[in-house]
Write a protein that binds this ligand. Structure first.
Ligand code: MG
Length: 202
């Protein structure tokens, strides 16, 4: 068997970072409240909860000036606060133990991607980062996810729809940016683990 054939049979996970590995919405709200707490009180604004966020650009955070959210994603502060979804690290460790190649396919601007690399090196060093520079690409369709045993997990319908991976899974609770997805869907890591077991992936 040629080396390229071996690579084709190796089980490969392509997994998104924001919204799939990282539960980022609560952290964005937390930082917004830290920065605009005084104004929120003064103008009697409602407290926003993660499930009330229904726009990709956090338009519900009314006091945030243009570019504020974008700036947060490029800050060390975000990466110091953000948490993995429950069960995520254990799930990845399990796949790594079973010999899977784990690729984290994530969009970002260069500073955000550099901070993501540091975060991965610190917390899940057995995973590889495939950073997608948002200045150059609008989706992830250029990434080679071929192979019978490749699986792609994302929380944005467009990313899943546009890519040619054989096995595609939507992750997370229903939001306007994922509701058009018609394929397989898990809401959390417990369901993802059950999905993998049921289909014989692990
Ligand atoms: Mg995402």
């Amino acid at each position: 068997m040629k080396k390229s054939d071996c690579e084709d049979y190796r089980k490969k996970l392509f997994i998104d970072m924001d919204g799939v590995l990282l539960d980022y919405i609560p952290v964005i709200i937390e930082m917004y409240e830290e920065d605009f707490g005084f104004e929120i009180m003064a103008y009697n604004h409602r407290k926003i909860t993660p499930w009330q966020i229904q726009t990709w650009g956090f338009e519900e955070l009314e006091l945030a000036p243009k570019g504020y959210i974008y700036h947060l994603f490029k800050s060390q502060r975000f990466f110091d606060k953000v948490k993995f979804f429950d069960g995520c690290v254990e799930f990845l460790k399990g796949l790594n133990y079973l010999g899977w190649k784990i690729n984290i396919v994530t969009n970002g601007h260069p500073i955000n991607l550099a901070l993501k690399q540091e975060f991965i090196d610190k917390h899940i060093p057995f995973c590889d980062l495939m950073g997608v520079n948002m200045n150059k690409f609008s989706d992830k369709s250029h990434i080679d996810m071929s192979g019978e045993n490749s699986i792609f997990i994302d929380d944005l319908a467009k990313n899943l729809e546009d890519c040619k991976c054989k096995n595609k899974i939507m992750f997370g609770v229903k939001k306007p940016w994922n509701e058009s997805w018609k394929g397989d869907w898990v809401r959390n890591y417990k369901e993802l683990e059950e999905y993998f077991e049921k289909r014989g992936f692990m």
